[in-house]
Write a protein that binds this ligand. Structure first.
Ligand code: IMP
Ligand code: MG
Length: 183
């Protein structure tokens, strides 16, 4: 385990199982529809989860990416997520699947939902790896959430603190002393 972590939340093997369940749920949702859903990764945090989920799905999907930044270098959301890189494709008339790493305050998800439905998507489905319901500031929920966690700051498998720890193959709780000394 990385020395900056205090515990493991999900091992690589547990992540694999969560990925399979999410992919099966999505396959069921889009079964029999011939619409080629547009799967969107909210970068950078969801990148590994996104790649694993779309590869585990039987339903063919189109891929697109959007970079949203809400944190700067802190462990608290700014409340004003910023779009750093927009989608390449149009969402008009499309079934959109948004893949998120964590729904925390919910601000990012509200921004994405309003933007994508505002551009005329015909449906909007959100799959998230983690949900922190106790931290919610706005009333919004993912359609499918793999794992619920308490108010802890976690890193690994795409999730970062100040751009570090993303490439860890597992997910763990970051020691408080690592982020509290800087905030
Ligand atoms: P929200 O807008 O507050 O819901 O923030 C959502 C984004 O904040 C997520 O997509 C993550 O990128 C980031 N985030 C929230 N909690 C954590 C965490 O515990 N570790 C790493 N990133 C997090
Ligand atoms: Mg994110």
């Amino acid at each position: 385990m990385n020395k900056d972590l205090e515990s493991i939340v999900l091992t690589a093997e547990q992540i694999e199982n969560k990925v399979k369940e999410a992919a099966e749920w999505l396959d069921k949702r889009f079964e029999g529809k011939n619409t080629l859903p547009l799967a969107i990764s909210v970068l950078k945090g969801s990148v590994f989860f996104f790649c694993d989920v779309v590869r585990a799905m039987k339903t063919p999907v189109q891929l697109d990416f959007m970079t949203v930044s809400s944190y700067g270098n802190s462990s608290q959301s700014s409340g004003m997520p910023r779009i750093v890189m927009d989608l390449a494709s149009s969402v008009e008339g499309r079934d959109v699947i948004l893949v998120e790493d964590i729904v925390d305050s919910g601000h990012t998800l509200v921004k994405m939902r309003d933007l994508i439905l505002g551009r005329g998507a015909s449906s909007f489905t959100v799959v998230t790896l983690f949900d922190k319901p106790s931290r919610r500031k706005v009333d919004i929920k993912a359609d499918y959430s793999c794992y619920e966690i308490e108010d802890e700051f976690i890193v690994g498998y795409g999730l970062d603190y100040a751009q570090k720890y993303r490439s860890l193959p597992y997910i763990g709780v970051l020691k408080r002393e690592i982020y509290e000394k800087k905030n």
